[in-house]
Ligand binder design. Sequence first.
Ligand code: TYD
Length: 152
Amino acid sequence: MLVKPGRVDGCHIVNFPKVSDYRGNLSFIEESRQIPFAIKRVYYLYDVPSGASRGGHAHKELEQIVIALSGSFDVILDDGDSRRTFFLNRPHYGLYIPSGIWRELENFSSNSVALSLVSQVYDELDYLREYEEFKQWVTNNAGTEQGPRDYR
Ligand code: TYD
C-alpha cells in the first residue's frame, strides 16, 4: 500500500480517561474510542540512560501512539518540511504519530517508560532509517493519490 507522507500538524495529543480516588489514578485505553488504528503490537522503552536518544527513523506505513507511562521525554517530529516537539510527562496523554514522520525521542528523565501502541507487527522493511532516504521517500510519495492518514 502506498501511503502519502503524514504532516506534523496531523500529530496530536490523545487524552485518555483518568479515574481518580483516594487510592490513586487509573487510566484506560479502548482501541475503538481513542486509537485511530487497530493495535497490532505494543512495545516499551525503559532503563534509557541519561543523554540517550531513541527513534531516529520514520515508518512508511506504521502509525503509533506514544505514552510517557512513567517519567518524561521529548518527541521531536519532522515531516521533511516542518518540525514540532512534544513534551510527554503524564500517563493519561498519548501522542499520535501518523505514518511518514521522522521521530527522535530525547531528554528522558530517570525511570522513564515510553509505551508505544502501533498499527503493524515489527517489519524492518517499513523503516526509513537514514534521514536522506526519508527525505527522498517524502519527495517520491508527496503526489500520491492516497490521502494522508491524518486523524484529528
Ligand atoms: P528501534 O525501532 O530502532 O528502536 P527505537 O526506535 O526505540 O530507538 O529498534 C531497536 C532494535 O529492536 C532493532 O534491532 C529492532 C528491534 N525491535 C524488535 O525486534 N521488535 C520491535 O517491536 C521493535 C520496536 C524493535
